[in-house]
Design a protein around this ligand. Structure first.
Ligand code: NAD
Ligand code: UFG
Length: 337
């Protein structure tokens, strides 16, 4: 049976997607270099699903290691998560970010081409919509600007994959533009496990709830939003994971390039997320209002029509369930995986 290669499969979104792939009956191979994840995530995937898979500890930057995976396995499609993702760090280390994300993707594409595997689902981001498009974001909007090197890696990789298709119409490329994934698997066995002090809202709140961090800093309460705090389209990571299954099935059956938003279409403010988490953990959580964070926009949410029409997928979990499942993971794994 042919297999699906999952790059970055030990990471937050990758691990949840591997669970859904295995439960749907796919055979998978995972490649990861553990630069932002831990081997324990792989044990947890096995524990949840009761299924086994091949794993390669390898860096995408090493072409011969990547080729080895294709040589030793019959790979029919790739779901490509592997990349560095911290916006602030990318401003400090642009060369490392461009090299890891872009060169890594180029190595992967070269290996795929060599072994005649031409189907790829890529982890893009709502960040490609930049700062000038009005919400909700529609896939047809211009996506040629960003506010940071991380975002530009997504803009550029989308372009590279479009160009690959132009050069060879046998390729099938699905660019999934994620909105804000949060929450965790119902089992509480896998979830988000960031290194150091979290940059993102949800894991930060989780660490305030465990007492590791004192108070949430709310970055601005003077935005043009209902309560003045930033509004985002939070999506349960399990919904996001099932979206990959639909995208994969689409890619296996069609050639072409499609960009698709994966979001709920609904915006929630920083205070909404904080209150949902308070409800989940059963206590009030301290916060302080801070200045706006550089590069942030007021509101970001998805137009979800295309995901529904093209992939037959829509998100089903609400914010309260995202908070409950996220807290369940944090509570069970206070020190991460
Ligand atoms: P993550 O850091 O948890 O997972 C990424 C995985 O890729 C990690 O396990 C890391 O070790 C691995 N990796 C990184 N560089 C590698 C390399 N050169 N070779 C091999 N493995 C490598 O991040 P995530 O949140 O699961 O995100 C997955 C993808 O989705 C990323 O491409 C990210 O940019 C994208 N994305 C994430 C979000 C988000 O908010 N989490 C939003 C939009 C897009
Ligand atoms: N926020 C706070 N305090 C914090 C952290 C965040 O108030 O400690 C606010 C932000 O100002 C923003 C909202 O919470 O209004 C969400 O911030 P996140 O950092 O969690 O998420 P972003 O929307 O800024 O960015 C995330 C990923 C990007 C990705 C983008 C769109 O970090 O990589 O979603 O998918 F591009």
């Amino acid at each position: 049976m042919s297999k699906i290669l999952v790059t970055g499969g030990a990471g937050f979104i990758g691990s949840h997607t591997c669970v859904e792939l295995l439960e749907a009956g796919h055979e998978i191979v995972i490649l990861d270099n553990f630069s932002n994840s831990k081997p324990e995530a792989l044990n947890r995937i096995k524990k949840i699903t009761g299924k086994d898979f091949k794993f390669y500890e390898a860096d995408l930057l090493n072409l011969s290691d990547v080729e080895k995976v294709f040589k030793e396995n019959d790979i029919s499609a790739v779901i490509h998560f592997a990349g560095l993702k911290a916006v602030g760090e990318s401003v400090q280390k642009p060369v490392e970010y461009y090299h890891n994300n872009i060169t890594g993707t180029l190595m992967l594409i070269q290996a795929m081409r060599k072994y005649n595997c031409k189907k790829i689902v890529f982890s893009s981001s709502a960040t490609v919509y930049g700062v000038n498009n009005p919400v909700p974001y529609v896939e047809t909007m211009p996506t040629n600007s960003s506010t940071n090197p991380y975002g530009y890696t997504k803009v550029m990789i989308e372009q590279i994959l479009k160009d690959v298709y132009v050069s060879d119409n046998n390729w099938s490329v699905v660019l999934l533009r994620y909105f804000n994934p949060i929450g965790a698997h119902k089992s509480g066995l896998i979830g988000e496990d960031p290194n150091g002090i979290p940059n993102n809202l949800f894991p930060y709140i989780a660490q305030v709830a465990t007492g590791k961090l004192e108070a949430l800093g709310v970055f601005g309460n003077d935005y043009d939003t209902p309560d003045g705090t930033g509004v985002r389209d939070y999506i349960h990571v399990v919904d996001l994971a099932t979206g990959h299954l639909n995208a994969l099935n689409y890619a296996l059956e069609h050639n072409g390039v499609e960009a698709v938003n994966l979001g709920t279409g609904k915006g929630s403010s920083v205070m909404d997320v904080l209150h949902a988490f308070e409800k989940a953990c059963g206590k009030e959580l301290p916060y302080v209002i801070k200045p706006r964070r550089a590069g942030d926009i007021a509101t970001c949410y998805a137009d979800t029509h295309k995901a529904k029409e093209l992939l037959g997928w829509e998100a089903k979990y609400q914010l309260d369930e995202m908070a409950a499942d996220g807290w369940n993971f944090t509570k069970n794994n206070p020190n991460g995986l």
